[in-house]
Design a protein around this ligand. Sequence first.
Ligand code: FMN
Length: 187
Amino acid sequence: MNDTLKTISERFSCRNFTDRVPENKYLEAIAQAAIQAPSGMNRQYWHVIVVKNRDLISEMDKEGIGILSHMKDISAYERIMKRGGKLFYNAPCMILIAIKEADPKGGELIDCGILAQNISLAATSLGIANLHCGFVRLAFAGDRANEFKAKLKFPDGYECGMAVLLGYTENAVLPHVPNQNKITYIE
Ligand SMILES: Cc1cc2nc3c(=O)[nH]c(=O)nc-3n(C[C@H](O)[C@H](O)[C@H](O)COP(=O)(O)O)c2cc1C
């Protein structure tokens, strides 16, 4: 197995972050890996926002949890509560991916996911635990959306795509076990 395959096999979703903030040199390397991602027609309808402001992360967490708690289906809220009640699991840092709608619509989401995985794998390769976080969008679903967008310096016309939480783990866990039935070979 080469280093890339090893990194892919070792990546796991971290939900128990310590307070230690990833070093700037690593965050810069990860941000560079992010914007190295391919995008449809090289449109790059994304903006990478590295957030280390813990007060802001905490405010977004509270806003997101509030919105989750008022959803008709409260199963996700209950799951988060069982996991400690924090949408961002006390991560000291996140990279938020802001995106702009593509034409045809939807392409920007594919680009966003690929960029997020670049972040996740680059972080893993540097020993930085991480979690893809779709729930970050909840923080932008209510009254404080524009306030957060302003504080995070979203470019005009951009919306929240997703985030990758970053930090160091209390204890590493194993990733999901790949389901081999999900592969078909045609010869
Ligand atoms: C697009 C995307 C969004 C996700 N959003 C969340 C999230 O908001 N909260 C969370 O705890 N996990 C989130 N996850 C993590 C998945 O639950 C996790 O990848 C899956 O359970 C497999 O576990 P593993 O990553 O450890 O292999 C997300 C994963 C992806 C790919």
